[in-house]
Design a binder for this molecule. Structure first.
Ligand SMILES: NC(=O)c1ccc[n+]([C@@H]2O[C@H](COP(=O)([O-])OP(=O)(O)OC[C@H]3O[C@@H](n4cnc5c(N)ncnc54)[C@H](OP(=O)(O)O)[C@@H]3O)[C@@H](O)[C@H]2O)c1
Length: 331
């Protein structure tokens, strides 16, 4: 699998990444052996762009990646490790604080390096923009990490077009990581054009709509009680039923193209030709291989349009996050 440029500062990654969040929490209880096997399969199949964050677990996700790299004898240089700082959790599993203060940036990076067991991070993101700290100050501290050799490239997550403009004046930003999929298209109007103008690559998170677009979740009751999606508006009984109507086109077109709905949802992103790297999350090696195969699926302009229109903004029921989490987005 040929690596491709993400942004225009020299970072090269696999055309599809691996989202590791679900290996530690949020989507039901993970089987750690399955997760390690998935990471190994990713390595063996050249899916080398791995996505984690200090708040996944919290902290255990970075440690899981470190343990797998060590046990498997993976060559550090063969993996592009991306991690994030800035969402601070406390004992309340639903509480989130945002910290973008320069001294915290330094402290968080050192802690991530230690947990990951590496001496540099390929791509270091601010996970959420701190409304109380000017972005220039946060990115200023991140830029010092590059000078110190602790970080190779910088990224932001869920940042607005204006924030991207301001941040880029301090240091080039290589990647924006934001939710982008058939049913989450908030970034299309302003943010994607700004990324293109500034040479920032897009890392599309939750590209499978947190599993919804794969067609394997038939009703919200399929999710276990501990699954965080049970708190997500789009997975409430009423919204879920309405959103299922939109899924029919994906299932129908996937059947016609002899692929799975998951592959079609990923192919939609990969065929947009806009420096977009999807990072589907899975804990199963078989699904990882299924997702990789989406790279070879070609969609015509008419098919792209048909899918785009079927999931028009007003047609999706429910917001991306519960209200308290929506307010953390800088959009
Ligand atoms: N920056 C941010 O704020 C942010 C927010 C959310 C996520 N992320 C990152 O983005 C990554 C991906 O997003 P995500 O995990 O939220 O959502 P996603 O990739 O849209 O969907 C993941 C879900 O789809 C299932 N799945 C994966 N491949 C499948 C297939 N081929 N067939 C059927 N089901 C499949 C997974 O289940 P199994 O695991 O059981 O296979 C999991 O439940 C995360 O891991 C994380 O690294 C970042």
């Amino acid at each position: 699998m040929k690596k491709i440029a993400l942004g225009n500062q020299g970072l090269k990654v696999s055309p599809i990444g691996l989202g590791c969040m679900g290996m530690s929490e949020f989507y039901g209880h993970p089987n750690l052996n399955d997760c390690k096997n998935t990471l190994k399969a990713a390595y063996e199949n050249n899916v080398s762009f791995w996505d984690t964050a200090d708040m996944y677990g919290p902290f255990t996700n970075e440690r899981l990646l470190a343990a797998t790299i060590k046990e498997t004898g993976i060559n550090r240089q063969d993996i592009q490790l991306a991690t994030k700082f800035g969402i601070v959790r406390d004992e309340d599993p639903n509480a989130r604080n945002i910290n973008g203060r320069p001294e915290y940036v330094k402290q968080a990076c050192d802690a991530s390096l230690q947990r990951l067991g590496v001496d540099y991070i390929d791509l270091y993101y601010q996970h959420r923009v701190d409304p109380n700290v000017p972005i220039e100050e946060t990115v200023g501290a991140m830029a010092e990490l590059v000078v110190e050799g602790k970080v190779r490239f910088l990224g932001l997550s869920e940042a607005s077009a204006q924030t991207l403009q301001k941040a880029s004046q301090v240091h080039p930003i290589s990647a924006l990581q934001s939710e982008y999929s058939l049913w989450s298209r908030d970034i299309e109007q302003q943010i994607l054009p700004t990324c293109q103008e500034l040479g920032i690559g897009l890392v599309a998170y939750s590209p499978l709509g947190r599993g919804f677009l794969t067609g394997t979740i038939k009703e919200p009751q399929d999710l276990s009680q501990e699954d965080w999606r049970t708190h997500m508006p789009r997975f409430s009984s009423k919204n879920f039923q309405q959103n299922l109507q939109l899924l029919h086109l994906v299932e129908h077109m996937a059947q016609q193209k002899n692929c799975t709905p998951a592959q079609l949802a990923l192919a939609w992103l990969l065929n947009l030709n806009a420096n977009i790297i999807p990072i589907p999350g899975t804990r199963k090696a078989s699904r990882l291989l299924e997702n990789i195969a989406s790279i070879d699926i070609r969609l015509s302009i008419a098919e792209l349009k048909q899918l785009r229109e079927a999931f028009g903004a007003q047609k999706v029921s429910g917001t991306r996050y519960p209200e308290a989490f929506m307010s953390l987005l800088n959009i």
